[in-house]
Design a protein around this ligand. Structure first.
Ligand SMILES: [Zn+2]
Length: 116
């Protein structure tokens, strides 16, 4: 299976990971034989899905249509919001928290680089 990337932040989305997928295809109407474009799958990671859904409507009719669908999904189930929060917590966890591990901040070598 191809690797999927969040359209907004380019984060890789692994198979089975919580995300929002927007499927799109175009087809002709009233034309025989009917022409149908290949279906495209556009993915958003939980953070971008929630951020988009909470944000103002984007410009462009197609964007607004997709935005309304994402809002519907994000509003229907808190799982995505929770996943976004979990990711956020993970990022915060990577940052050194001063004093939280019992060691003084200045003892970590690299910190000296920032002292002028
Ligand atoms: Zn994203």
């Amino acid at each position: 299976m191809e690797n999927l990337y969040c359209l907004r932040c380019n984060r890789e989305i692994e198979a089975g990971q919580k995300s929002v997928a927007v499927y799109m295809f175009a087809q002709t109407v009233g034309v025989r034989p009917r022409q149908k474009s290949a279906a495209r799958r556009i993915c958003f990671c939980p953070q971008c899905s929630v951020s988009l859904a909470m944000g103002p409507p984007p410009e462009g009719a197609l964007n607004v249509a997709a935005w309304m669908m994402i809002r519907e999904l994000v509003g229907a189930d808190p799982a995505l919001t929770e996943a976004a929060w979990e990711t956020l917590r993970g990022v915060v966890g990577l940052l050194p928290a001063e004093g939280s591990d019992g060691t003084p901040r200045r003892s970590t070598g690299t910190e000296g680089y920032f002292e002028f």
